[in-house]
Write a protein that binds this ligand. Structure first.
Ligand code: 5RP
Length: 234
């Protein structure tokens, strides 16, 4: 039963990713390639279309080393924000998606590059299976907060003073999880958020907090897949 629902979720992730690539990636585009398991399906779809001789001139900016490695393995051409400071469209996953297209990202720890790439994109398409839909951000899980290793205990205190239950992210062996930039991630559970904009600006104002997983203005579109098929919202 558990297995069935896990494989259904994987199928929905793949369906959302494939529908988004088919609709939003067009010939000649420079695109942002997101991170995580749903975004990986999008990279695989782009590679499959290339194998059919389509979208051969599309190049992508990866949002993590993991995505860079996957795209490289599949022969998807990569580029950089130095070469292309503005991207046509980014397709990326999310941990939680509210009805107004505000999202929480960073479950995979790539939030900083993901936000940089999203903000450099004309259009940001979030791809998700239905389990990611939430009535209010914070209902499903924590907000990841990326902090510099220097002084991170002070950031923990600060986040607790804002009411968060803070869990420093660790690897399976107990070692500190470090992002691609060498920073720590503090997973901050606030529960359902009444005013995510207020929280986001308090987090952004704090020295030592490099970035947070509240993406409140970046997403322009959502492609979500579930038992009723694939739906596009903008
Ligand atoms: C990585 C992310 C991912 O997009 C997010 O965690 C969703 O991952 P998945 O598609 O594996 O559920 O923000 O930093």
């Amino acid at each position: 039963m558990e297995h069935d629902s896990a494989s259904r979720t994987e199928r929905y992730k793949r369906e959302a990713a494939e529908a988004a690539v088919d609709r939003f990636f067009l010939p000649g585009m420079c695109v942002g390639l997101g991170s995580g398991s749903t975004a990986a399906f999008a990279v695989r779809r782009l590679a499959a279309l290339r194998a059919e001789g389509r979208l051969l001139d599309v190049s992508g900016v990866p949002t993590s080393r993991a995505t860079e490695a996957l795209a490289g393995e599949l022969g998807v051409p990569l580029t950089t924000l130095e070469e292309h400071p503005t991207l046509d469209v980014t397709i990326d996953g999310a941990d939680e998606v509210a009805p107004d297209l505000c999202v929480i990202k960073g479950g995979g720890g790539a939030l900083l590059r993901e936000k940089i790439v999203a903000q450099a994109s004309r259009r940001v398409v979030i791809i998700a299976d239905v389990t990611k839909l939430s009535p209010r951000l914070g209902t499903h899980g924590p907000v990841p907060v990326e902090v510099l290793p220097f002084g991170w205990h002070s950031q923990r205190r600060f986040l607790e003073s804002l009411g968060a239950r803070v869990v420093p992210r660790v690897l399976a062996d107990g070692a500190a999880y470090l992002t691609d930039q060498g920073n720590r991630v503090l997973d901050c559970a606030w529960g359902p958020l009444d005013a995510p904009e207020v929280l986001a600006s308090r987090l952004s104002a704090r020295a030592g907090i490099v970035e947070h997983g509240l993406f409140l203005r970046e997403a322009t579109d959502l492609v979500v897949a579930g038992p009723r098929g694939v739906e596009h919202r903008a």
